[in-house]
Design a protein around this ligand. Structure first.
Ligand code: ADP
Ligand code: ZN
Length: 732
C-alpha cells in the first residue's frame, strides 16, 4: 500500500468502501479541501447518504464526468492503514465480504453526526457579589481541581449544591461557562502507580511480559496459571508497561457483564477507569469510546470480543483473558474467533498478545509447544490457597432412587461443610428444570415449532423454552400429539430441578441458584454474587455461570452432579470442553485460605478425561488429546470449514448441497475433501431448514481460496443462506 498517496486533492478520484452490501468499492471525487486516505466520509448512493472509508485511489474505467463528490468528511480520526490491512485480512480469513467487516468496525451510533457540544464550567476571573456557603463550596471544588472543566451536574454534585448556585456564579463570571465537545477523553491512567508486591514467580512472569512490550514488536505469550495464581495481577504489569510507552492496550474478557469487579481492580491499579466496550454500554458511551480510541483519548479498553475492531491508533498490547472461552467465537453474522483475530491484529500492529488461561485451548497449547507462542507457567496459587483435592464418586456404587441426582456420598460431604460454616456448590451445566418433556402415553417429545430442538421446561418461569431460538410456550396439560391428559413428564435434571432436590435433601440450608435465565440484568446477577460471596447462602446450585471469574471465599466444596455430561457429544472438542469446565469449576473451591475439595459424580471413573481431571496431569491430557486430533487430521493439525445451507424449502437446501458435492473439483485440486450434505443436528431453526457440509484439508492448504472458488461455482436460489465457518467450534 506504500505507493498509494496518503492525501487526495479536491476533485481527485478516490475509491470508497461503504458498509453497504456491494462487492466492490465505489469511486467518488475528493471534496473541497481534499481528503486523507482512510478518512471516514459520507457519500451519496442512489437517493441515500451512506458511510464509508476512503480506501484508495479511484478505479476509474467509466464516464468520469458522472463521478459524484464525497458529501462530507466525518469528524473522526481517519482509519489507519494498518486497520485497513486488518479488515482486509480478517475478511479474507473468515470469507466475509469487506462491507460486513467494515460494519463490524463501525458499530458505534452517530459517527456521522456533526460534532456535538455541551456546556462545561471552569473557574472564572470575576469575584461574586456575595459569597454564600454554597458558592464558596463551588469555587473551592474548581480551585481544588485546577483548570478542570465540569458539566453542570458534575460540579453541582461535587460541591453538594443545586445547579442554580452554579448558574448564579456563571451569571457573574465567577464561573466560566464554555462549549466543549460532548465526547471527551477518558481520564488519564497512571501506569506509574505501584502494583501489588509480586511473588517470585509472578515477578518473573511480569518481567518476561514487560520484555515483550519493550521489544516494540509482535509476539504472543501463553500465560498459563491455575485460577488464583495471579495471572490478572501479572498481565496488568504488562498493561502498565504498554501504557508507559504511550501505546494503547486492550483487555478482552469473555463475559463482560461480570466484569464490575475487574473494572474496579483496574481502577485501583491505575487510578482511573478504563474505557468499556460491551453490550451493556450506553449508546453515548459507545460513541465516545469509539471516537476516543481513534484519537488516542483512551489508553486502555476493557471489552468483549468486538472491541478488537475498535480503531486503535497505536495498539501495543492485547490481553485475551480466559482465552479458551468459547464465547470468543462469534457464532452468527461474521463468524470469527476473537482470540485468533487478536493475534492477527497484533501481528499487523507490532503489538504483544497475552493469552491468559488456567486451561488453554488445544490450539494455543499446540502453538506454544511448537514455539510459535512463548509460554509462562504459574503453578502456585497466591497466598496459602491450594488446589482442591479432587475425587470421583462412582455412581455405579451409589444407592440413588430414580429421578434423584445428589448421591449419599455427596450429601454427607455437603453436610460436613455446612457444619463447618462453609459453602458448597452443586454444579450442573444445564439451564432450566428438565432438558426433555415426554408424554408417557405416546412417547411424544415436546419440540419447538420453528426449530427441531427439544423444549426445556423452566419451572421458575412457568414456561417451556427453546434454547435455540428463545421462543417460549405455556406448559400444556395434555399431550399435543395423543391428547391424553396429565401424562407429560419432565425427564432428566436441570439446575432448577436440582434446586428442588437440594431443598428437600437439605431442608435447613439457605440455597441460591445461579443460572443465566434467572437474572433479568447483569446488575441483579452481580447483587446475587455479592450476597453469596459474603456468606448469604450455604449451598449454591449453578450452571457454568459460576465457573467464570467469581470469587467465593467461603466456598470449599464443589460437587459436580454429572461429570459425564459433555463426554458423549459428537463434537471433537467435547473432551477438551469437559476438561476445561471441570478444572475451572473445581478451581472455585478453596480459593481463599481454606483448602477445598471437588467431588465428581461419574459413571465412568476410568474415562481418560475423568482420569486426567482427577490426577491433575494436564500435560498428559493435552498430549493425548493432541495425538488423537493429529491422527484424525483434525485442527489444529488439519484445517476445517463448516458450511451451513439454510432455506425455507428443505429440498433447496439439499439440492444446493448436492450441487456443491458434485462440483468439488476446486476443493480436490487444493487437496481438500468435502463431506455431506446432511441434515444439521438441529435441522430446523426459526422455520429455516439447515443442511451441513464439512470441508477438511491438510494444514498448509490455501483453504479460503479453494472455498471461494468452489462456492462461486454454484448458483444459489432466492431466499437462501450459505454460511462458511472457518475453524468451526460448534456443529449444530
Ligand atoms: P488469576 O487471574 O490467576 O485467577 P488473580 O490475579 O485474580 O488470579 O489473583 C487471585 C487473587 O489473589 C486476587 O484477589 C488477587 O488480588 C490476589 N493476589 C494475587 N497476587 C497477589 C499479590 N502479589 N499480592 C496481593 N494479592 C494478590
Ligand atoms: Zn425454537
Amino acid at each position: 500500500m506504500a505507493d498509494i498517496p496518503p492525501w487526495f486533492a479536491e476533485g481527485e478520484l478516490v475509491a470508497v468502501l461503504t458498509t453497504q452490501p456491494l462487492d466492490r468499492t465505489l469511486d467518488y471525487r475528493a471534496p473541497e479541501g481534499g481528503v486523507a486516505l482512510g478518512a471516514f466520509v459520507q457519500v451519496p448512493l442512489g437517493p441515500r447518504q451512506v458511510i464509508g472509508v476512503v480506501w484508495g485511489t479511484g478505479q476509474g474505467g467509466f464516464d468520469l464526468k458522472k463521478a459524484r463528490a464525497i458529501t462530507r468528511v466525518l469528524d473522526v480520526a481517519p482509519m489507519q492503514e494498518e486497520m485497513q490491512d486488518f479488515i482486509v485480512r480478517a475478511a479474507d480469513y473468515t470469507l466475509t465480504p469487506l462491507p460486513a467487516m467494515l460494519r463490524l468496525a463501525t458499530r458505534a451510533p452517530g459517527l456521522s453526526d456533526p460534532p456535538s457540544m455541551r456546556k462545561v464550567y471552569r473557574l472564572g476571573d470575576a469575584t461574586p457579589d456575595r459569597l454564600t456557603d454554597a458558592r464558596t463550596r463551588v469555587l473551592a471544588v474548581l480551585e481544588d481541581f485546577g483548570g478542570a472543566a465540569f458539566t453542570l451536574k458534575e460540579l453541582a454534585d461535587a460541591a453538594g449544591v443545586s445547579s442554580s448556585v452554579v448558574k448564579g456564579l456563571a451569571a457573574q463570571d465567577a464561573v466560566r461557562e464554555e462549549e466543549a465537545p460532548r465526547d471527551t477523553p477518558y481520564p488519564r491512567l497512571d501506569p506509574g502507580l505501584p502494583g501489588k508486591p509480586l511473588t517470585e514467580s509472578q515477578a518473573s512472569a511480569a518481567e518476561s511480559l514487560r520484555a515483550g512490550i519493550a521489544s516494540g514488536r509482535y509476539g504472543t505469550t501463553l500465560l498459563r496459571g491455575v485460577t488464583g495464581s495471579g495471572k490478572t495481577e501479572v498481565y496488568l504489569e504488562a498493561v502498565a508497561a504498554c501504557l508507559a510507552q504511550g501505546r494503547q492496550a486492550l483487555v478482552l474478557l469473555p463475559e463482560i457483564a461480570l466484569s464490575a469487579e475487574f473494572l474496579s481492580r483496574v481502577e485501583r491499579r491505575f487510578g482511573a477507569r478504563p474505557a468499556e466496550w460491551h453490550s451493556g454500554v450506553t449508546m453515548t458511551e459507545r460513541r465516545r469510546a469509539w471516537k476516543m480510541v481513534g484519537q488516542g483519548g483512551a489508553q486502555l479498553v476493557v471489552g468483549a470480543r468486538s472491541a478488537l475492531f475498535l480503531p486503535f491508533q497505536d495498539l501495543g498490547l492485547i490481553v485475551v483473558d480466559e482465552e479458551h472461552d468459547s464465547s470468543y467465537k462469534q457464532e452468527d453474522g461474521v463468524l470469527y474467533n476473537a482470540r485468533d483475530m487478536a493475534v492477527l491484529r497484533a501481528s499487523l500492529a507490532q503489538a504483544q498478545v497475552v493469552l491468559a488461561s488456567a486451561t488453554p485451548s488445544l490450539e494455543t497449547w499446540v502453538n506454544a509447544k511448537a514455539g510459535k507462542y512463548a509460554r509462562i507457567d504459574m503453578t502456585d496459587r497466591f497466598g496459602d490457597a491450594i488446589l482442591p483435592d479432587m475425587r470421583a464418586i462412582d455412581m455405579r456404587d451409589e444407592d440413588l432412587p430414580h429421578g434423584r441426582w445428589i448421591s449419599p456420598t455427596l450429601k454427607q460431604a455437603v453436610h460436613a461443610r455446612m457444619e463447618a460454616g462453609e459453602q458448597a456448590l452443586l454444579f450442573l451445566n444445564r439451564r432450566g428444570f428438565a432438558p426433555l418433556t415426554l408424554c408417557r402415553a405416546c412417547g411424544h417429545q415436546l419440540e419447538c415449532t420453528h426449530c427441531s430442538a427439544r423444549l426445556v421446561e423452566h419451572r421458575f418461569l412457568k414456561r417451556l423454552m427453546c434454547h435455540q431460538c428463545g421462543e417460549e410456550y405455556p406448559i400444556p396439560d395434555t399431550c399435543p400429539s395423543c391428547e391424553v391428559e396429565g401424562k407429560l413428564a419432565a425427564i432428566g435434571p436441570g439446575v432448577e430441578r436440582l434446586t428442588e432436590e437440594a431443598m428437600e435433601v437439605f431442608p435447613e440450608a439457605r440455597i441460591a441458584t445461579l443460572s443465566s435465565d434467572l437474572f433479568s440484568s447483569a446488575r441483579a446477577l452481580k447483587q446475587a454474587v455479592e450476597t453469596i460471596a459474603t456468606g448469604g447462602a450455604d449451598i449454591i446450585v449453578g450452571t457454568q455461570l459460576v465457573a467464570k471469574g467469581h470469587n467465593f471465599p467461603l466456598l470449599t466444596l464443589v460437587g459436580v452432579i454429572d461429570a459425564d455430561l459433555g463426554l458423549h457429544g459428537s463434537d471433537m472438542r467435547a473432551a477438551e470442553r469437559t476438561f476445561q469446565l471441570m478444572r475451572q469449576v473445581s478451581g472455585r473451591a478453596g480459593r481463599a485460605d481454606r483448602p477445598g475439595q471437588a467431588l465428581l459424580q461419574t459413571f465412568q471413573p476410568d474415562h481418560p478425561v475423568i482420569r486426567a481431571i482427577l490426577s491433575g496431569e494436564e500435560e498428559s491430557f493435552w498430549n493425548a488429546e493432541a495425538q488423537a486430533r493429529e491422527a484424525a487430521g483434525m485442527p489444529p493439525f488439519g484445517r476445517m470449514a463448516g458450511i451451513v445451507l439454510s432455506s425455507e424449502k428443505e429440498a433447496d437446501a439439499f439440492a444446493v448441497g448436492a450441487a456443491l458435492a458434485r462440483n468439488n473439483a476446486p476443493l480436490l485440486r487444493a487437496g481438500a475433501m468435502v463431506y455431506g450434505p446432511a441434515a444439521a443436528p438441529i435441522a430446523r431453526v426459526r422455520g429455516w431448514h439447515r443442511v451441513r457440509m464439512l470441508v477438511k484439508a491438510p494444514k498448509g492448504v490455501a483453504l479460503q481460496r479453494a472455498l471461494s472458488e468452489w462456492i462461486d461455482g454454484v448458483r444459489l436460489p432466492r431466499n437462501f443462506r450459505l454460511s462458511v465457518d472457518i475453524d468451526p467450534q460448534s456443529f449444530y
